[in-house]
Write a protein that binds this ligand. Sequence first.
Ligand SMILES: NC(=O)c1ccc[n+]([C@@H]2O[C@H](COP(=O)([O-])OP(=O)(O)OC[C@H]3O[C@@H](n4cnc5c(N)ncnc54)[C@H](OP(=O)(O)O)[C@@H]3O)[C@@H](O)[C@H]2O)c1
Length: 269
Amino acid sequence: MPSILITGVSSGIGRASAIRFRDAGWVVIGTSRNPAEEKDAVPGVALEFLDLAEEGSATALGARVLAEYGCPDVLLNNAGMLTFGALEAISPADLQRLYQVNTFGQLELIQALLPAMRARGSGVIANVTSLGGTLVFPFFAPYNSTKWAMEALSEGLWHELKAFGIRVKAIEPGFVETDIWDKALPEKDSELSGPPDYRPYLRRMLEYETSIKKRSSPEETAEEVFQAVTDDSDRLRYPVAAYASRLVKARRWLGAQRMMGFLHGRWLG
Ligand SMILES: NC(=O)c1ccc[n+]([C@@H]2O[C@H](COP(=O)([O-])OP(=O)(O)OC[C@H]3O[C@@H](n4cnc5c(N)ncnc54)[C@H](OP(=O)(O)O)[C@@H]3O)[C@@H](O)[C@H]2O)c1
């Protein structure tokens, strides 16, 4: 039976992916920040502790997984966090945490599993980046930058690991109906971060964000993740879920500068 390690299976895309792979007969190992409380969250899926915000947590997880289950066929680096606010106001500590969770911790986990994957001569590393790993949305730029970094690391790994039989995937979701939005977006005007001059623009961007009604479900997205991970190809990038494919194509067609102008007009103009 093939096996997969999926980070962040407590909700959203990670949980739906765990169910999709489990139902296809895979051995699924999931991670959570509260494995004791969530042990029955996805029946049939083994839960291990991971807090990406803690340096070393991913390395420890990798060692535990190798010792207890052996090297998984696939690593799905899914867990992540979102932030919203003016770049002028983000603190170095918040930026550091965002990078620790969305980028450094993910690389740490890849590094923990790579020696075993290389020794075996096979494996898939699938990183859930974002449509925001190919475009930049105002006030989401710190988040987007962590995903651009993961795009670059994925492309680098694609080259470096080809000779060892390890395939790399960057999965780029557009808009998916999950908790990540509510966790990050302010509910009240008073919660808008940054100098007051930004408020009208922050509000406009929030209005744009909440106006997007067509979002993919986590289950639809998990199906695309499953297809990407199991397609046996060496394709790197997979725009998945609502709007991703269309926006990536539009950027290619218009060019980056004209696309920025078009989107700026819609978002903030
Ligand atoms: N939803 C979208 O529209 C969208 C679009 C593009 C990309 N993505 C990406 O898709 C991935 C999954 O997000 P989602 O939308 O499914 O959101 P979600 O429902 O909020 O799930 C995020 C998962 O990551 C875990 N997580 C958060 N911080 C963590 C930490 N410090 N250590 C370990 N695990 C942590 C969460 O666990 P807790 O329950 O403990 O917080 C949760 O299981 C993320 O990488 C996100 O950036 C999502």
